[in-house]
Design a protein around this ligand. Structure first.
Ligand SMILES: Cc1cc2nc3c(=O)[nH]c(=O)nc-3n(C[C@H](O)[C@H](O)[C@H](O)COP(=O)(O)OP(=O)(O)OC[C@H]3O[C@@H](n4cnc5c(N)ncnc54)[C@H](O)[C@@H]3O)c2cc1C
Length: 468
């Protein structure tokens, strides 16, 4: 595409004479409007929202992102970046706007023993493959590595090592971003700290991340993984609290695992890393008394990448994915989960339901909202509706809304990768005392409100498309 007609918000492949169309500035990459590109940009992992953009930018350079964002500001066009599209509810979509496909900006620029400099479109899997050759890796990883760096840093990035290291955003040292008003800025805790704080966990509202410097630490070669079974969910959380308190595992998660009799088993998943000397099983298991114990040793990379193929298989089924991820205050966790289990069926949980603790003192980025108190639990209902059924998906979204209300009432928060029908007022509640800072940052960095409408945090652009 080479031109845009603001009269009817159309992108044109030629510039007609005597028309109202405006020539696009030069792009190193391409702006496309073909059916396949628009359809892909109007869907995501959740298959619940299909907001169609009018064009997709495949940037050939950071300069292209700057050019597009400035053009969008001039002409009142909304813009969203799509990393790997693993959102579940249209968060990376931009109805009638432009989606920037960050997969074309995916270079690993630099690896040192302490950090890596990467483009936002890089997948963690690709980064980890490279860094592990030098015996280093990020200190925390998401369970699934096929996510983009930019998409993950927009939400937080939690995993089984968060109990020791916080989230991926807590291990990000510097960002290069294009602000919503089209400025290319490098920011860190020391330089442009308001921008840095706004963008990490900022759900794409203030700037587009184009490059990130992420922390690396020495990595082990092996993981010993303990799968420990408990009869009741409260036995699981008690064991997790003990393990969290003494930090015995390098990795600590837990799951509600469906059983053959349509119920759940409660499983603690603990990982101890080693390179030469395997951990002492007796010491690792002391005082947490599981009823079932399974121990396996796997190469560290295989452990980090353990669910990649399963996710690819699930993705191929294109199932509706009405996810709910909530952070529960420690004091309310047992009550909420016990109550939930009186109605939750394995079919409602849809495959994977996670439950594990982390420490709020390690979550240092203010945009990531965690409950008050030192310990909180992630409850993640990673639902998939199989076979696909719109009415069932709707029922589960309504169920998410009700469960989220319960979590809020108990002082909990959401981890914002969900299928929740949140209004701007609901987002205000989510941000709580952070809301004034969110508004200030929006006004300062994306004053025309062009960025990332699919999150639904702010009212949609009120101007008619094409009106400057
Ligand atoms: C199978 C699976 C497993 C997961 N496991 C975990 C887990 O263990 N831990 C965890 O924390 N999360 C997990 N997630 C959630 C995941 O971290 C988020 O959904 C993440 O946002 C997806 O990354 P993505 O690259 O697909 O982003 P997208 O879905 O493409 O985008 C997500 C949001 O970020 C914005 N965005 C993307 N890139 C940029 C950028 N460069 N600059 C500005 N905004 C941008 C988008 O516009 C959108 O609003 C998982 C998701 C899936 C599907």
């Amino acid at each position: 595409m080479v031109a845009f007609d603001p009269a009817d918000s159309r992108w044109l492949s030629s510039l007609p004479e005597n028309s109202t169309a405006i020539q696009l500035p030069h792009l190193d990459g391409e702006l496309v409007t073909d059916e396949d590109a628009l359809t892909e940009a109007a869907t995501d992992y959740g298959h619940l929202v299909h907001d169609r953009p009018r064009a997709v930018l495949r940037p050939g350079s950071v300069a292209d992102v700057v050019t597009l964002v400035r053009f969008a500001n001039e002409h009142g066009i909304v813009v969203a970046v799509r990393g790997q599209g693993h959102s579940t509810f249209g968060q990376a979509q931009a109805e009638s706007g432009v989606v920037i496909d960050s997969r074309t900006l995916a270079t690993v620029h630099e690896i040192t023993p302490g950090h890596a400099v990467v483009d936002a479109g890089v997948q963690w899997l690709d980064l980890v493959r490279i860094t592990l050759k030098d015996g280093i890796a990020p200190p925390v990883s998401t369970d699934y590595l096929g996510l983009s760096v930019g998409g993950t840093l927009c939400v937080g990035g939690i995993g089984g090592a968060s109990q020791h290291h916080g989230m991926l955003v807590d291990n990000t040292l510097e960002l290069q971003v294009v602000t919503g008003d089209g400025r290319l800025v490098t920011c860190s805790a020391d330089h442009e700290p308001e921008l840095f704080e706004a963008v990490l966990g900022g759900l794409g509202q203030f700037a587009i991340i184009v490059r990130a410097t992420v922390r690396l630490v020495p990595a082990p070669t092996m993981a010993r993984v303990y799968t420990l079974t408990y009869p009741r969910v409260t036995d699981l959380t008690a064991a997790q609290r003990t393990a969290l308190a003494d930090g015995r595992f390098d990795y600590l998660e837990g799951q509600l695992v469906p059983t053959d009799d349509d119920d759940f088993a409660f499983v603690l998943e603990g990982g101890s890393w080693y390179t030469a000397q395997p951990p002492d099983d007796e010491a690792v298991l002391a005082g947490i008394e599981p009823t079932g114990v399974d121990v396996v040793d796997v190469p560290y990379f295989e452990w980090l990448n353990r669910i990649y193929e399963t996710v690819e298989q699930i993705e191929a089924l294109r199932l509706p994915g009405p996810w709910l991820n909530a952070f529960l205050p420690d004091a309310a966790t047992d009550e909420i989960v016990t109550e939930l289990l009186t109605t939750l069926t394995p079919a409602d949980a849809g495959g994977v339901a996670l439950l594990y603790p982390a420490r709020s003192s390690l979550i240092t980025r203010p945009q990531v909202r965690v409950p008050a108190g030192e310990v909180f639990f992630l409850l993640a209902l990673l639902r998939a509706v199989s076979p696909p059924d719109d009415a069932e998906a709707e029922r589960l979204i309504a169920d998410n809304d009700a469960l989220y209300a319960r979590v809020l009432a108990a002082g909990g928060t959401q981890y914002p990768v969900n299928a929740l029908r949140l209004t701007p007022a609901g987002w205000r509640t989510h941000y709580g005392d952070r809301w004034p800072a969110v508004l200030r940052a929006k006004g300062r960095f994306d004053p025309r409100g062009v960025l990332t409408p699919g999150q639904g945090i702010f009212e949609p652009l009120s101007r008619a498309p094409g009106t400057p």
